[in-house]
Design a protein around this ligand. Structure first.
Ligand code: SF4
Ligand code: SF4
Ligand code: SF4
Length: 496
């Protein structure tokens, strides 16, 4: 069975507009010149183009450039700079990366047969995403990210390992994206399949950009055309199948600005919100996001544990027993991720069993507890992913200076920096790197405690007669998790 996300029924649209969902106030697109810029059909193309050029240079440099990974442009820019920059972008702007992403951008250019114009027909079979799979929301994306990370670890791609593996990785994501865009309608790939989508969506909830939203929701209730969803001659129907009128978080807005161009009432804007608003505010939490957050937590904590000597001993032993060629053994990879997920699920079950119950109401389900508790963990998970990138960034980001002068190993010295001594300069000492990781985790833990406190106040209040116990338990659990992450970073001593 195939399914397309439902379009809003104007007769029931008022259910989307709960009174507790205040409109964001600070509009980025209020200034005339910004509105004209974003209204331009070439706007997103201009965002994607520089990244598109860099990615094709990366692919070429990885395949044909210098073999040493610490000098190759592809590995240096991808693993020392890009990965850290993307996490910073997620934490600050939500799906800012999706607005300029070369994977989706390239596939969409081909699908639409144009770089920016509005064309009536697209080159795609237009198949709808499976109804059976759609009930799992972004979980396929989480699973694919875990699988992709396994291959990245196995081939030591981000180590960085052999540069050609970085090219193969980028090429395979582009190829899968292209096939998906030619078979499935719009950006079904981004909405359901892209290995980065769930991570960007959840970590991006901490960000300060709302996504494109309606300015006056009363206008949407009266609107007969719903051009933002259905498209018009000015813009494509929302490629992410969203309705800006119903959004209460920035989770699924790819910031493509098509609705901004389409809306006949000029009723769409891009707004700034307080950090963590999209963590605390959503009125309709999703169980797939909740479970995805726990799995992503398991994955990033695996990447901390795998730097400990005890892990190496266990992994070597498992490889010997199972005759598996090298790190990481898939058994310990899966078991550690599952075990961390299970610990958090066990904690939520404990809350559910011990604190559920309000006189005169039926008992809350486990899922009703799972969703608010897991959303409260998002700032800590986001901080852990960011902290995990810092050693490579601070130790080696200056290696881009020599690498950029001769990306294809042709003996060039384009910027006169091919032999720059910056190659050996570290921005921070090992102790400084660990301190930066501790600070990032501490900020994440404070963010999680703050978010959990507010989420508990609104979403767990109807589930329990012991609200204070739930608040204190949430604060303690987040603090303990933060301490565990900090302990791991200190034990890792800046390991990459
Ligand atoms: S979901 Fe994935 S492919 Fe789509 S724009 Fe975002 S990062 Fe790119
Ligand atoms: S087209 Fe404009 S007015 Fe109509 S529903 Fe969409 S955002 Fe609202
Ligand atoms: S059309 Fe609007 S709501 Fe849909 S992804 Fe693009 S910017 Fe976001």
């Amino acid at each position: 069975m195939a399914v397309r996300p439902k379009e809003p029924d104007p007769n029931v649209a008022s259910v989307y507009f709960a009174p507790t969902d205040p409109d964001p106030r600070l509009e980025i697109t209020r200034a005339g010149w910004v509105r004209r810029l974003v209204k331009s059909r070439a706007f997103q193309f201009a965002l994607i183009l520089p990244n598109q050029i860099i990615f094709w240079v990366v692919i070429t440099a990885g395949l044909f450039g210098v073999a040493a990974p610490t000098r190759n442009f592809a590995t240096v820019i991808t693993w020392y700079i890009w990965f850290c920059a993307v996490f910073l972008l997620m934490v600050g702007v939500g799906r800012g990366w999706c607005a300029m992403c070369p994977f989706g951008g390239f596939a969409e250019w081909i699908q639409r047969r144009t770089l920016w114009q509005r064309k009536p027909k697209s080159m795609t079979l237009g198949r709808r995403w499976s109804r059976n799979l759609s009930r799992y929301g972004l979980l396929p994306s989480v699973v694919l990210f875990i699988v992709l990370t396994y291959f990245e670890e196995y081939f030591n791609i981000a180590g960085p390992g052999e540069p050609r593996y970085t090219s193969f990785l980028v090429l395979s994501v582009i190829t899968i994206a292209l096939i998906s865009f030619l078979v499935l309608e719009r950006r079904s790939f981004c909405r359901y399949l892209c290995p980065l989508s769930a991570l960007i969506g959840t970590v991006g909830a901490t960000g300060m950009v709302t996504g494109f939203r309606t300015r006056n929701r009363e206008v949407c209730l009266e609107c007969k055309t719903k051009d933002c969803m259905r498209g018009s001659e000015r813009g494509y129907p929302c490629p992410w199948f969203e309705w800006p009128g119903s959004a209460t978080s920035n989770l699924m807005c790819g910031l493509c600005s098509e609705c901004f161009k389409s809306c006949p009432s000029d009723n769409i804007g891009l707004f700034v919100q307080k950090p963590l608003t999209s963590v605390i505010q959503p009125l309709r939490r999703r169980w797939d996001i909740a479970l995805g957050v726990l799995l992503l937590l398991g994955l990033v904590m695996f990447q901390q544990i795998n730097a400990l000597p005890i892990y190496t001993t266990v992994d070597n032993w498992l490889n010997a027993v199972t005759h598996f060629p090298s790190y990481p053994n898939p058994i310990d990879y899966v078991v550690i991720i599952a075990a961390i997920t299970a610990v958090v699920l066990g904690y939520i079950q404990l809350l559910h069993k011990s604190l559920s119950g309000v006189e005169g109401r039926s008992a809350a389900s486990f899922t009703q507890w799972l969703m608010p508790v897991a959303y409260g963990l998002i700032p800590l998970v986001a901080a852990d992913y960011l902290a995990r990138q810092l050693p490579r960034f601070f130790d080696h980001m200056l290696r881009i200076v020599p690498a950029i002068s001769d990306p294809f190993d042709f003996g060039w010295n384009l910027f006169g920096t091919a032999h720059s001594p910056l190659y050996n300069v570290h921005l921070l000492s090992t102790a400084g790197v660990v301190r930066s990781q501790v600070i990032v985790i501490a900020i994440g833990a404070i963010g999680s405690i703050y978010a959990t406190w507010h989420i508990t106040q609104r979403d767990i209040r109807p589930l329990t007669g012991r609200l204070w116990a739930a608040k204190v338990a949430g604060a303690l659990f987040n603090a303990l998790l933060g301490v565990a992450m900090i302990w791991l970073y200190i034990a890792m001593a800046g390991a990459q």
